[in-house]
Design a protein around this ligand. Structure first.
Ligand code: FES
Ligand code: FES
Length: 192
């Protein structure tokens, strides 16, 4: 399973066209937490929101307090990846993170990827490749892929498969998912 928590990385507009296109301005469906021991401040659809009880998990606060149910819940022990979100640009399992650990850091959920009604290239590629069946794993899968492609924009299929090893899918058999991620990476690099 790939490492899920490393030093924070805040993507800037020069990092990658994926970021340029979809996260350049104010992300939507995104939390920008402020330092606090007992309150998580977040931005949801450009509205400031405030969540109490940060000693619950980030997953719980996202789904229950903020209504961001695109982030899924399953094993609750960092084994399946359905709860993956981006924390300062890195893919993390929100089921094992306390909300308090996110104070002052940027949290991006799947709701934050589409901009002005236009899907993120990864989202579109998953649709184009028929890589979504029941869909339960897909938000986490796409966010893990996004974090990986920001570091490896010309990733091979083998590298994609390794990077997504921590995201389990019980439906697709992974081939269509890998194809979608490779195609999204290729399409993005060709536009450079
Ligand atoms: S619910 Fe978090 S990794 Fe499975
Ligand atoms: S599409 Fe059903 S678990 Fe992945």
């Amino acid at each position: 399973m790939p490492e899920r928590l490393r030093e924070p990385h805040v993507p800037d507009s020069g990092d990658d066209p994926l970021v340029d296109e979809c996260l350049a301005d104010e992300p939507t469906g995104v939390g920008r937490a402020q330092p606090s021991d007992d309150v998580l401040y977040a931005r949801l659809l450009r509205e400031e929101v405030r969540a109490e009880a940060p000693h619950r998990t980030l997953l719980d606060v996202l789904r229950v307090d903020l209504g961001l149910t695109g982030t899924k819940e399953n094993c609750l022990e960092a084994e399946c990846g359905v709860c993956t979100v981006l924390l300062d640009g890195q893919a993390v399992n929100s089921c094992i993170l306390l909300a308090a650990q996110c104070a002052g850091r940027e949290v991006v959920t799947i709701e934050g990827l589409a901009r002005d009604g236009i899907l993120h290239p990864l989202q579109q590629a998953f649709i184009d490749h028929g890589a979504v069946q029941c869909g339960y794993c897909i938000p986490g899968m796409i966010l893990s892929a996004k974090a990986f492609l920001e570091e490896r924009p010309a990733a091979t299929e083998a590298e994609v498969r390794e990077a997504l090893a921590g995201n389990l899918c019980r439906c697709t058999g992974y081939q269509k998912i890998a194809d979608a991620v490779v195609d999204a990476a290729r399409a993005t690099s060709e536009r450079r």
